[in-house]
Design a protein around this ligand. Structure first.
Ligand SMILES: [Zn+2]
Length: 98
């Protein structure tokens, strides 16, 4: 069973979590002044990398809190997890935040 480390609760089984898509997607500050193409890019277009990818996850059957994770899309290995609002760590770092 895959264990995912919630930054608030520690390691828990993957069935307690749900992925919320790509992390660090910033909403345009002035949506009414944003072009249709840029708005569509914000709403619908995401990267789909082979390798380490920053994702949002929620511990929906635990603390209910959202956090970010770096996950390798090839091996499905979680490189690290970190709290919302903190910058993306380097992919090669083994930094984990409690
Ligand atoms: Zn949790």
């Amino acid at each position: 069973m895959l264990l995912i480390r919630c930054p608030y609760c520690g390691e828990r089984p993957e069935v307690e979590f749900h992925c919320g898509g790509e992390a660090h997607i910033a909403r345009p500050e002035t949506p009414t002044e944003t072009s249709d193409a840029d708005w569509a890019g914000f709403l619908y277009y995401r990267t789909n990398p082979r390798g380490v990818h920053a994702e949002r996850w929620v511990h929906n059957h635990g603390c209910g809190r959202w956090f970010n994770a770096l996950r390798d899309t090839v091996s499905d290995r979680f490189v690290t997890t970190y709290e919302m609002g903190t910058p993306r760590p380097e992919a090669g770092s083994d930094v984990t935040r409690a």
